[in-house]
Design a binder for this molecule. Structure first.
Ligand code: 5GP
Length: 130
């Protein structure tokens, strides 16, 4: 069965997209730890990050870095945290989380945002991509 992210990639489910290319897509996490919490996802559905071919893994890191730089320009924070988990969605994704506090990396504290806020934020981050 395709993952929820494959449905997003195939445009069967909407997302607040920041950017995509042939191999990867970045969009806002729907249940963010902090405003700007972003997921960078390979279009090929692979369960575990370290099962990716090395080149594709390195390309994902490059893509994630580009998004993280734009994110840090957009959302006031001390730094961008990065995490890979995949216990909820077994389709590789890199979490990029604007951090001011360690608790924002725990996935126990969530922030709510309106549809309008999500849309505006995704657009602002996209505009800050190099
Ligand atoms: P993990 O698999 O790394 O534990 O977490 C999966 C992440 O995907 C969670 O932070 C969750 O909020 C996010 N997520 C789950 N379903 C959706 C969805 O349909 N859209 C978006 N944008 N994010 C999702």
């Amino acid at each position: 069965m395709p993952s929820i992210f494959t449905h997003i990639i195939n445009k069967e489910i909407p997302c607040y997209k920041i950017v995509e290319n042939d191999l990867f897509i970045a969009f806002l996490d729907i249940n963010p730890n902090a405003k700007g919490h972003t997921l960078c996802v390979p279009k090929q559905e692979i369960n575990k990050i370290f099962d990716m071919p090395e080149k594709r893994y390195l390309d994902l890191m490059k893509f994630s870095r580009e998004v993280a730089v734009a994110l840090e320009k957009t959302v006031p924070c001390k730094r961008i945290g990065m995490s890979v988990i995949g216990l909820e969605v077994p389709h590789v994704h890199v979490h990029l989380i604007p951090l001011n506090d360690m608790k924002q990396m725990t996935f126990q504290h969530k922030v709510s945002q309106s549809d309008t806020e999500f849309k505006a934020l995704a657009k602002k981050i996209a505009n800050n991509l190099i």
